[in-house]
Design a protein around this ligand. Structure first.
Ligand code: GDP
Length: 204
């Protein structure tokens, strides 16, 4: 897919105020510093569509970008736990879970994972939450340039094994990317193009 246009539409914290056009939507989410902004800029070939952080605690907003006039790319804030109940039960921030639970045009969530690290509890729990709520998702491994090919393969394998030893029967689809080297761009964009085609078949 060629990116002909990429326009910022709106930022907010309320899913009810997200654009109401019926276009296929893809959400990008992960822990802070995972490389989400860099990935979004790499995919869209824009230098600063998403703001590259460098500092933690960026504004917590749901950011909608319209791509090629026919799909939405959503830059979600890094997730964390919100402690809600008296028993100090942990859940994800409400506006994030609201977004996923209510956003009907969401066709896929991309959960970003830094390929260098061991599987993190919060990422695994977030994927479990998505699976439990029947929200389709893929994993995007980021920063692949930071590992040599053998180590890269080993890390991906270990990650998938960890997933399969938990609640999953099948490993989710995944992509290996490097924003600094442009790795994985075609694979992610081809995937989006195919899912878009299905969406428009079902919603002519
Ligand atoms: P965000 O907080 O998830 O949006 O992460 P950023 O895109 O701001 O990236 C966090 C840091 O990781 C920055 O210093 C980036 O330059 C760096 N980074 C992001 N993607 C890559 C990558 O593919 N390769 C390398 N080597 N560094 C990356």
């Amino acid at each position: 897919m060629q990116i002909k246009s990429a326009n910022f539409i709106i930022s907010n914290t309320d899913v009810a105020k997200c654009p109401n056009e019926l276009l296929p939507e893809y959400a990008f989410i992960g822990r802070s510093n995972v490389g989400k902004s860099s990935l979004i800029n790499m995919l869209t070939e824009r230098k600063s569509l998403a703001k590259i952080s460098g500092r933690p605690g960026k504004t917590q907003l749901i950011n909608h970008f319209k791509i090629n006039g026919n799909w939405f790319l959503v830059d979600l804030p890094g997730y964390g736990y919100a402690r809600v109940s008296k028993k100090s039960k942990k859940t994800f921030q409400k506006y994030i879970t609201d977004y996923f639970a209510k956003r009907e045009q969401l066709v896929c969530a991309f959960v970003l994972v830094d390929i260098r690290h061991e599987p993190q509890k919060i990422d695994l729990e977030f994927m479990e939450w998505l699976g439990g709520n029947a929200i389709p998702f893929c994993i995007i491994f980021t920063k692949a340039d930071k590992l040599k090919p053998k180590a890269l393969e080993r890390h991906v394998k270990a990650y998938l094994e960890q997933l399969l030893s938990g609640v999953w029967e099948d490993a989710p689809q995944y992509f290996v990317t490097s924003s600094s080297k442009g790795v994985g761009r075609d694979n992610v964009l081809n995937f989006i193009e195919n899912v878009n085609a299905d969406f428009f078949k079902q919603n002519p």
